[in-house]
Ligand binder design. Structure first.
Ligand code: ZN
Length: 168
């Protein structure tokens, strides 16, 4: 329950500072599932952080409807990065973002810290490399490499038979 209240307080604080924090991910530093999804208890129930954040700002969502991320950062609780979708939307979203791709290349590689979408956001981010690095939790050298156009192995469609999709 303490963690539930802490999560709601974080979302509320962000809601009050929306003009400042609209673009930044609100990354949950508490417990996450193996899919990196924030999960907290309320009473005897385990709830997904993204769902709590979304419902806190936009109101209750229907059963069977999932909360998806525009930022593709599963730990993110920023309500402005969340949208409602069905399981089908989730599959399409996952396929577009490469989460259905099991081949160990590009962002699927265990060594890859950032999704392709985050990489693009870092490339396009304004500010000094140090400011951007602080925002995204990486080194300024890495920002410099990305902005310099250093490429990572691109996504491939190989190996989709065993595809699994992150549950929402
Ligand atoms: Zn986010």
């Amino acid at each position: 329950m303490a963690e539930f209240n802490r999560l709601v307080a974080l979302v509320e604080a962000l809601d009050n500072e929306r003009h400042v924090l609209f673009n930044e991910c609100l990354v949950w530093d508490g417990y996450v599932t193996k899919w990196n999804q924030p999960r907290v208890r309320r009473g005897g129930e385990w709830l997904l952080g993204s769902r709590i954040a979304y419902e806190h700002v936009y109101g209750l969502i229907a059963e069977g409807v999932q909360v998806l991320h525009t930022c593709d950062n599963p730990r993110c609780l920023n309500p402005f990065h969340l949208f409602e979708g069905t399981q089908k939307d989730n599959m399409i979203d996952a396929a577009q973002k490469g989460r259905l791709n099991l081949s160990k290349r590009g962002e699927r590689h265990p060594a890859a810290k950032f999704s392709d979408e985050l990489i693009e956001r870092i490339r396009k981010a304004s500010g000094t490399n140090r400011e951007i690095a602080a925002l995204y939790g990486c080194t300024h050298q890495y920002v410099s490499e990305l902005k310099g156009g250093k490429k990572r192995i691109t996504k491939t469609n190989e190996g989709t038979e065993d595809a699994e999709v992150m549950p929402q």
